[in-house]
Ligand binder design. Structure first.
Ligand code: QAP
Ligand code: CO
Length: 168
């Protein structure tokens, strides 16, 4: 297994639209393992392939307290089930140190494949519902900072650019 490098906002590669996964092979299984290890090492609850500069429709999530229940979503699709929304403070491994409230649909249906190509459906609630939508956005080149005001986004951008010029 390997720890992968996570791209940080405003890296333009985070704006890439990911392509569907078509090959369920050993390379995909290795990528899944590496993404799970990278997510745990970074203390994240979710990681999209886009964030590690792999532009395939693949997401890993673990919302468990014990950090021992990784979920894999390949080619995920989301259907919004009703008009209920909820505001939750979000963060992102690609926007380290910043947290802002984002309003999203509360009730969604997720259809995806697992790492072996088997299709499954899930009606997530709570943190998982937020996380699936946040990670799905990454696959479409979208970040949670796109939902905040332009002023806040610019401030976050400036601070991160400064940090990136003076690495730890
Ligand atoms: C997406 O986010 C998410 O700034 C996953 O310094 C966010 O794993 C889903 C993290 C909110 C649901 C609700 C962020 C770790 C992790 C940071 C993450 C940081 C260290 C973010
Ligand atoms: Co994120």
């Amino acid at each position: 297994m390997a720890i992968l490098k996570i791209l940080e906002f405003p890296d333009p590669r985070l704006r890439t639209i990911a392509k569907p996964v078509t090959q369920f092979d050993a390379a995909l299984l290795k990528l899944v393992d590496d993404m799970i290890e990278t997510m745990y090492e970074a203390d994240g609850v979710g990681l999209a392939a886009t964030q590690v500069d792999v532009h395939k429709r693949l997401v890993v999530i673990d919302v468990s307290e014990e950090r021992n229940a990784p979920m894999v979503f390949v080619n995920p699709e989301i259907t919004v089930l009703d008009q209920c929304t909820r505001e939750v403070k979000e963060g992102c491994l690609s926007v380290p140190g910043f947290y802002e409230p984002v309003t999203r649909p509360e009730h969604v249906l997720v259809r995806a494949q697992d790492q072996h190509g088997k299709t499954f459906e899930l009606q997530p609630d709570g943190l998982l519902a937020v996380c699936v939508q946040h990670e799905m956005d990454h696959l479409n080149g979208k970040l949670f900072v796109d939902y905040v005001s332009a002023l806040k986004r610019q401030r976050i951008r400036s601070k991160l650019e400064k940090q990136q010029r003076q690495p730890a």
